[in-house]
Design a protein around this ligand. Structure first.
Ligand SMILES: *Cc1c(COP(=O)(O)O)cnc(C)c1O
Length: 467
């Protein structure tokens, strides 16, 4: 640790790293988006350090930056049109540096009051944007959508089962059931595994051709389950499915959840960002009626991983679900005035995740984010038209900027061959997604550097590689 007491060295290291990061940030487009890799080579490169004696810091920093440059799918690249991974915006990158340096401990309010109040402020602000009533809104920052969805299942269990805290799953005596569409994210299944409900508690409900949950099929399944003495615990609506960007009929799901007294959770990990747009937020109408919401910040909000928000319209449910007593944590006085996150969430020690949302929001404002989201929706519409003009068939049905496409003449795997060839070229990166037994190319716009030029480049690549 000696080394780092020397300011001159620190300055030199900062300068070295900063100049290389700046180079990467401003020249990302000059990188191949991705490459073909040799596992052995990468494994050896990762091990090419001396852990016994340590080595010269400059060399180690350069080693890491080279490894990340040479051996990664460059999600910050404007031609990365793959999964929801964005390019982090500049203030959020600075936020991570600030957070690591101050390293505030957010477990207890009294250890990091300002940081905690920033997170509480953001919970209230996002709650407001989603249409929750201010006096009942609560929430917590999570590492990702998987943790947010897990939190939702835990809250649902605590709401439904009075002595769940003490007696756990065994106290139920019946099979409880989670309903979601067959296109829902598999972190719901994981949450069922983790909470001890088991995968058999999840009912993947059939979807309509547009991939929205089939509400009639859901109703029928609930009737069948009740005949078999099962309890409907929770209904999960997805606002922006991971594959095709479908948004369930949230209002219809709320009505069903009401009738069954089930918890209504909206997994809006990706699509929730549309709430920021005055023009398009009607697409997620009904989200304000939910019991809880998952919103990933590290998807459409251009924030580095891992950053997600769990929001709930039940003021006390997080406390009810996660409260524990300890002798060694600082006492924080009146619990009506301040909240200790460690008795309020899955995590204990916790990073200041909220700063990387707070800084860009304070700098760009909701207006800045709204413009970004509207622009990306419109780029999606433009790309759709460009693809159709050139004979590509859009196979999914979403207004969000996710397009799954193929050609009418293509059967099972032709699109995979084309996508592989494009990805191997290093000039763009797309994913493949199967729809009705056929592979489609899946393109998603979440990168603030992606523009008309990148769309034209994609069209040109498709022309070169099409069969
Ligand atoms: C990405 C995603 C998740 C999982 O979120 P992570 O941040 O990857 O943990 C959950 N649900 C949906 C709909 C998603 O798109």
């Amino acid at each position: 640790m000696q080394l780092h007491s020397d300011k001159i060295l620190r300055d030199a290291h900062f300068e070295l790293v900063q100049s290389k990061l700046e180079h990467y940030y401003s020249n990302t487009k000059q990188q191949p988006v991705s490459a073909k890799w040799d596992i052995e080579l990468i494994r050896n490169f990762a091990q090419a350090v001396n852990l016994e004696s340590g080595s010269d810091a400059t060399k180690v920093y350069e080693h890491v930056l080279k490894g990340l440059t040479d051996f990664a799918v460059h999600t910050p690249h404007p031609n990365y049109l793959g999964l929801f991974n964005p390019r982090a915006n500049f203030p959020s990158i600075v936020a991570d540096l600030i957070t690591a340096t101050f390293n505030p401990q957010l477990a207890a309010w009294s250890h990091a009051p300002f940081a905690n109040e920033i997170e509480n402020f953001l919970v209230r602000e996002f709650g407001r944007k989603f249409g929750y009533a201010p006096d009942t809104t609560d929430g917590t920052f999570c590492t990702g959508g998987a943790e947010s969805n897990l939190t939702a299942v835990i809250c649902a269990l605590n709401k439904a089962i009075l002595d769940f805290q003490e007696k756990g799953i065994g106290s139920i005596g019946k099979q409880v059931v989670i309903y979601c569409s067959s296109a829902a994210h598999h972190s719901i299944v994981k949450a069922a595994k983790i909470t001890g409900l088991g995968t058999q508690s999840v009912r993947p409900i059939a979807t309509q051709p547009n991939r929205q949950i089939d509400v009639e099929a859901l109703k029928q399944q609930i009737v069948t389950d009740q005949e078999n003495d099962c309890i409907p615990l929770m209904i999960v609506g997805t606002a922006g499915t991971t594959g095709e960007g479908a948004i369930d009929d949230l209002q219809a799901l709320r009505t069903i959840a009401n009738a069954e007294e089930a918890w209504f959770h909206v997994d809006a990990a990706y699509g929730g960002a549309i709430t920021i747009s005055e023009r398009y937020k009607r697409w997620v109408a009904g989200i304000e009626l939910s019991d809880s919401i998952t919103l990933d910040l590290h998807k459409w909000f251009s924030i580095p991983m891992g950053a997600s928000l769990f929001l709930t319209s039940h003021k006390t449910i997080l406390h009810q679900s996660f409260a524990v007593r300890t002798d060694y944590m600082p006492e924080d006085g009146n619990p009506d005035e301040v909240v200790d996150p460690y008795v309020h969430s899955v995590q204990w020690s916790r990073r200041f995740i909220g700063l990387k949302m707070y800084l860009p929001l304070a700098i760009y404002g909701w207006e800045g984010y709204e413009q970004l989201i509207d622009t990306q929706v419109e780029l999606g519409q433009a790309l759709k038209a460009m693809l159709q003009e050139r004979g590509w068939e859009i196979v999914n049905d979403s207004s969000l900027p996710i397009l799954c496409f193929s050609r009418e003449t293509y059967e099972a795997d032709e699109m995979t061959t084309i996508v592989d060839a494009i990805n191997d070229s290093g000039k763009a990166w797309l994913s493949v997604y199967p729809i009705n037994g056929r592979q489609t190319a899946r393109v998603c716009i979440t990168n603030y550097l992606t523009g008309q030029r990148e769309l034209e480049e994609l069209i040109a690549l498709l022309e070169v590689h099409k069969i």
